[in-house]
Ligand binder design. Structure first.
Ligand code: SF4
Length: 422
């Protein structure tokens, strides 16, 4: 049974006043068992609480809480035990990781709770009746769902799992309770494009408001994707997918005033077609899924460049992945004309994942060091901020501070240039 344990208590908070300490385990709230962070979050929404707990020394304790409306408890829980994935998709990114990385990177999560809390995509293939009741009771909406294909037989092939339930039936049941789904379809050429894609979009369209967005994402492989037996995505296949996407988006604009189905940025880059403008993406609901990131970057640069100070004469290196490299000159030219700085674009092939992994955010510490070692001619270097996690580590375990101190120029992680040049 999973334990809900306190990691941190905020000073001066309700929890601190009660004497709740790190290590305290919560057992029930107002008579209902607490099994995970969701129970804690939702059961403590009341202002009057009776909390059964076990203190770090094992002693049982009951806290009676009366607090002001909306006053937070002030506890941070230990990270939840993640529900692991029971599928074995051939295109799984985790299966395409090189060996030897830190262990948490190999964790394949498929957890509707993280889908709600953090926007992680889940397949719902391991959701049980109790989970459905919780999703409905706690109104866990929107969820981010990896649909891939709605015909059950095709979906079972894609997820490599013969026990996968019918996703349309699952979504229909949850939609009746008011749950919405941002869906994604990772497309494997020859399996879930063509008629399967048409059928899938038709099924999702029928769900109406319950499905506000669908992302079409080309299958992405690394040189370590050892399970994959399918075709890789090429320019023709990407253009065909954009054709389908465009047709459905035009219908959705006419009938629902939203594009509804969106090609990922990578799909446009593979197809060699221009990316849509900001209007197309609405509220960028799937930006974390690589849908609209380039357009948002262009918008930020266009809006922010007039606010930048002059950097006349500074020579600035910009490290990026090979996918973004062709789009960068236009952005850097605009910033150059506002700041007077000189930019040198430094595209890097990913040394860890191989040349098919072109995303800037997956560059590793060795790539950054390789790009910038000995470059005494640069006054500053900008690197993709997405390549560093919250603990300051790259995917190859190199620490940003170590990489930075080994280089001859100041190095700044940047999301959009404006954030660091301002
Ligand atoms: S659902 Fe498929 S892609 Fe996602 S973690 Fe599981 S095996 Fe990997």
């Amino acid at each position: 049974m999973s334990v809900v344990r306190v990691a941190r208590v905020e000073r001066g908070s309700v929890a601190a006043a009660l004497g709740i300490a790190p290590g305290t385990e919560f057992l029930s709230v107002n008579g209902r068992r607490v099994t995970d962070f969701l129970d804690w979050e939702f059961l403590t929404a009341d202002d009057e609480l009776v909390i059964e707990a076990r203190q770090p020394d094992g002693e049982a304790v009951v806290y009676e809480v009366e607090r002001g409306e909306g006053e937070p408890m002030g506890v941070e829980l230990e990270p939840p035990t993640v529900r692991q994935c029971a599928n074995r998709c051939e295109f799984c990114f985790i299966e395409g990781l090189p060996p030897g990385l830190r262990r948490p990177l190999y964790l394949r999560d498929d957890d509707y709770r993280l889908s709600f809390a953090y926007g992680n995509f889940a397949t719902l293939s391991n959701v049980r009746d109790r989970d459905v009741r919780r999703i409905l009771e706690y109104r866990l909406s929107p969820l981010y769902v990896s649909v891939h294909a709605t015909p059950p037989a095709v979906r079972r092939v894609l997820l490599n799992n013969p026990k996968v339930p019918d996703i349309v039936e699952q979504l229909e049941e949850l939609a009746k309770g008011g749950i919405q789904f941002h869906c994604q379809m990772v497309i494997v050429p020859g399996i879930n494009d063509g008629p399967v894609l048409e059928q899938s979009l038709t099924d999702l369209w029928r769900l109406g408001d319950a499905v506000p967005t669908v992302a079409i994402v080309p299958v992405g492989l690394t040189q370590f994707s050892h399970l994959y037996t399918g075709r890789s995505m090429d320019r023709d296949a990407a253009q065909a997918l954009l054709g389908v996407t465009g047709r459905w988006a035009a219908r959705a604009q006419a009938e629902r005033e939203t594009a509804w189905v969106f090609g990922s940025d990578e799909l446009y880059l593979l197809a060699g077609e221009p990316l849509p403008d900001a209007h197309h993406y609405g509220d960028y609901a799937q930006i974390e899924n690589g849908v609209g990131s380039v357009t948002m970057l262009r918008e930020r640069v266009a809006r922010g460049r007039s606010t930048l100070p002059r950097h006349d004469g500074r020579r600035i290196g910009v490290v990026t992945g090979t996918a973004m490299a062709p789009l960068m000159p236009e952005l850097l030219d605009a910033i150059r004309s506002s700041t007077g700085a000189t930019f040198e674009l430094i595209p890097m092939v990913n040394s860890l994942f191989g040349p098919t992994t072109t995303t800037a955010g997956l560059l590793v510490g060795a790539d950054i060091a390789g790009a910038l070692t000995g470059r005494v001619d640069l006054d500053l270097a900008l690197i993709p901020a997405e390549s560093i996690n919250e603990r300051g580590e790259f995917l190859d375990d190199a620490r940003f501070t170590d990489v930075r101190s080994s280089l001859p120029m100041p190095v700044l992680p940047s999301y959009d240039f404006i954030d660091v040049l301002r």
